[in-house]
Design a protein. Structure first.
Lengths: 426, 426
């Protein structure tokens, strides 16, 4: 029979791909902890109504995997984490000590057309600071993003974090005479700007009720790169970013508005600097979400970063690390049946001594076994055949150099440690 | 409004719960790597037909979350990993170097009645050795399980790994005159033994066509604890377990047979020693699965361990570690608006020096801020108020002792490192 195919848009992580993901996770963890954030995780399944409340129509109606469970209730595979975070905090919001600094890295699902940079199953880093509403809190979250980029080798020439503010945008739309109940629609129009051509953009703008004067006014707004200077919340934000040493990564951009409905203040997205249309990460301030989901009012700010686009940007900038799965320290071949038991005892002994030991699980020609060990990247082989057992010795072969020496069995741990030392110094 | 409830059988991981999960993951990783296994991950969604092939009716028909995707295809939230592993290997089986030693830790879903030890969303450690069919390979996998138990503090008095062999069971059923096509049904009967009372058991046995003589014969088999001595595959297996130093954890038990259809040789389950009915982990040899899913024939052996039951056993044995989320090294309070910028600069400077630094993101009474830092478990506070800025000094408060000293600003990194040193030695 032919192989059963995987589900479209899902990913298989073979060991070298998993090693890359672990590398990314390790950097995410290190940066998150450097700023005092604690790791948490939400469920992967949530009731659809959790998202229906605030996530925005497109995400819920068009992009979520939704199904009835056996009890008939509508369940969603989580398309984002912030509503789960809000639910978890709403449940305990009275007893939680504030500020709350939490981060997470886990899987998410969206029903999108699979293409470069998008998969239906993907991983996301989420990080949030809750319990305080200040431009400095917003700045810290953006500085965390910049610190992560720096840590993985992406410079301020490679990536830009673009910031805007929904309260500023509301003021600007008020001035254009756009009624407040239409602002959300205009935000969605702005969010689609890079996806539409001039004509489509104009048609969309007319459809949501903007007249030509308002459309021209909106164009002017989106080209005004200095509006932030008259807006205290953004001035204080950029001051704090400068104080935390991340100015080079961060700039004002009136086109950034975010598609999700729940943002209330500063919003931001990171792009690679050569102008891809898809954001590496995006986030902002959401001061009403926890109360909307049933908790005490709890202001928050945070962002989410997907793993797929980040990997593409690392490739593009030529800084993706060359990783392989972590090899063992010592390889133990299987010589013949008579010596196999002693080889297994030796392997167990070396493991007790703290070494990583891989044993070849069948009798085969030694060159074949050494070739396997070399392909795995294992530096040393310890050989215990019938002759060595007879003489109470072991042979140690350095697979990096080909050198082989014979030593007393009792010295094996000591000698292996000596031979590995230069490796550990690398 | 009242809070939106989570989906029944899902779990929220607040930071202290996530810290426990990370502790378990860290041990799983260390033990897996100690035996030379490489980390991988499969997709969370698979086509239903992948499981329909070999996983067994109960798992697929009754326990899986299944839904049609937007294209109408039937998709399952993975209830187990082995079929995905087989699919991944089937795709590349010609080019893979053997043996293949892989492990994984990730989420799974089963539609079970939520109760102690069962949740609908759970995590599983999967570990497999493929490309070789030998009792020694089976023994290695079982020794990995024993090494994990030892590492997390569960002794051979706390947990037992019980082993049986399907080829031996086939021979035994042949002798009872049970036709080969009924063996799978008898295996399912044996697998349910602990869940049924004597009468239910007898009724089930009759339903699948056993006569009274066969039922009595089967009872005898299930009480015979020495049958392994006449069966080479199990004798070699127990020899290898002894050679690898794990005999105390491992014993023969004819009642262990496993519910899944794809096992072909040795099978095993671990239980806590006071006789819980639910297995901590289970696995066995599956020599036909990769070929059945469309690849080259590739024999394999492996097991899966759930996180929920393992946690319960740790509790029961009184060895669950007392974990808290990893706190920052240094706390920086916010004194007033005039000094806030300098405090942010100081935080950034300490982070560049490699320290984990949490900053209090709003102006509040200092005792309140120190109380927060103490609750977080942060050992040191570095204070930079208007007076300190004026004098180019900082105050360092040791939150463990209450001692506060004032030092020149330029000495801060050096002094913080000194004060943290005894902590790092703990």
């Amino acid at each position: 029979m032919s192989a059963i195919a995987p589900v479209k848009g899902t990913r298989d992580f073979y060991p070298n791909q998993k090693a890359f993901q672990r590398w990314m996770y390790d950097h995410i963890r290190a940066v998150s902890e450097k700023f005092g954030y604690q790791e948490y995780e939400g469920p992967f399944l949530e009731r659809l109504e959790l998202y229906a409340a605030k996530s925005g129509e497109e995400l819920v109606q068009e992009q979520s995997f939704v199904f009835p469970d056996r009890g008939g209730e509508m369940i969603a595979l989580r398309p984002e984490l912030t509503p789960s975070l809000a639910r978890m905090l709403a449940t305990r919001s009275k007893s939680m000590i504030r500020p709350i600094r939490w981060w997470s890295f886990g899987p998410f699902w969206r029903y999108e057309r699979p293409q470069k940079g998008r998969s239906r199953e993907f991983f996301q880093w989420n990080i949030d600071l809750l319990g305080v509403d200040s431009p400095q809190a917003d700045a810290e979250i953006v500085v965390v993003a910049a610190a992560f980029f720096k840590a993985i080798g992406l410079t301020a020439k490679d990536v830009r974090i673009k910031v805007n503010n929904r309260r500023l945008a509301d003021q600007q739309l008020d001035k254009l005479g756009v009624p407040p109940e239409r602002h959300q629609q205009v935000f969605r129009l702005i969010d689609r700007r890079s996806k539409l051509n001039a004509k489509e953009w104009n048609t969309y703008a007319e459809e949501i009720g903007l007249d030509q004067e308002q459309i021209v006014g909106l164009e002017d707004l989106l080209n005004n790169s200095v509006a932030w200077r008259e807006f205290d919340e953004l001035k204080d934000f950029f001051d704090a970013v400068e104080q935390m040493g991340a100015s080079e990564y961060v700039e004002y951009d009136p086109i950034v508005i975010r598609g999700l409905d729940y943002y209330t203040g500063n919003v931001f997205e990171a792009y690679d600097a050569v102008g891809e249309e898809r954001a590496i990460l995006g986030g902002g301030r959401y001061d009403d979400l926890v109360a909307d989901i049933g908790g005490e009012p709890l202001p928050g700010v945070g962002f989410a970063m997907g793993d797929v686009v980040t990997g593409i940007v690392l490739d593009k900038c030529g800084v993706r690390p060359d990783l392989r799965a972590n090899p063992a320290d010592v390889f133990i071949p299987t010589f013949d049946e008579s010596s196999r038991g002693e080889a297994l005892r030796l392997a167990a002994e070396l493991r007790v001594a703290g070494l990583k030991v891989e044993w070849f699980p069948e009798i085969a020609r030694l060159p074949k076994q050494f070739k396997y060990a070399d392909q795995q990247g294992i530096p040393l082989a310890v050989i215990l055949g019938p002759d060595e057992i007879e003489l109470d010795q072991v042979a140690i072969k350095d697979l990096r150099t080909g050198t082989q020496t014979t030593i007393p069995r009792s010295k094996v741990i000591e000698r292996v440690r000596e031979l590995l030392e230069p490796r550990n110094e690398l």
